[in-house]
Design a protein around this ligand. Structure first.
Ligand code: ATP
Length: 199
């Protein structure tokens, strides 16, 4: 019988380096399901989801060019019930899509699900193992401000303040990668790859 590839969650706070860790693992042979990007794509391309979003937010949720993310964020930011309803719409569609993606990629040595929220949503429970990427707050702020022209230091700080702390997440994660510009990221990730693929 053929071995199934492990499905590993990769998470971490804003600017911790989740995508960078996935890119290194991809260079070694893994493939990644970028859950947050895929959810945004599905909100435009999955008809059931489009209808659900329009029901919830009105047809103004979409413009000629796609989803009006600013409009949705403004509405959902002020209203937790609306945010929960949106999550309840999106999560099952992403879960189904992920299931299909896993089925069609059984030949890959390692499958990754990259998502900002894995522990907060409980979705980590359906994965084989999880990797938490951490970095000191100041480094994360500097990296995000440099990467995202639209974000100020204050924006990043307020996002960090709302996210689950690294201490809490570390207690739930199977592996922690420290992306602090001191420890070698590539060495940590290469070691992890051989543990995940060989064991
Ligand atoms: P987000 O939560 O915003 O999606 P993320 O956790 O996926 O972010 P990345 O996008 O991987 O984080 O990294 C944030 C920025 O920091 C990127 O521009 C990336 O190139 C840079 N970066 C990540 N790790 C390092 C590193 N070790 N050295 C230098 N730059 C880094």
């Amino acid at each position: 019988m053929e071995n199934k590839p492990p499905i590993i969650g990769v998470t971490g706070g804003i600017g911790s380096g989740k995508s960078t860790v996935c890119k290194i693992l991809e260079s070694l042979g893994a493939i990644t399901y970028y859950a947050d990007d895929r959810a945004k794509w599905l909100m435009v391309n999955n008809q059931k989801l489009v209808d659900g979003v329009k029901n919830l937010f009105g047809s103004e949720a979409y413009t000629d060019t796609g989803l009006d993310r600013k409009f949705i964020a403004q509405k959902a930011f002020k209203d937790d019930t609306l945010l929960n309803k949106l999550n309840q719409l999106v999560h099952p569609v992403v879960a189904d899509d992920l299931k299909n993606w896993i089925q069609t990629n059984q030949k890959s040595p390692l499958l990754l699900k990259e998502a900002a929220l894995l522990f907060e949503t409980g979705s980590y429970k359906s994965l084989d193992r999880t990797i938490l990427v951490t970095a000191p707050e100041e480094i994360r702020i500097e990296r995000v401000v440099k990467r995202d022209a639209h974000r100020s230091r204050e924006d990043v700080k307020s996002i960090i303040a709302k996210q689950m702390s690294d201490e809490e997440k570390s207690s739930l994660a199977d592996y922690v990668v420290v992306n602090d510009a001191k420890s070698s990221l590539i060495q940590q990730v290469m070691k992890l790859y051989s543990r995940l693929v060989i064991t």
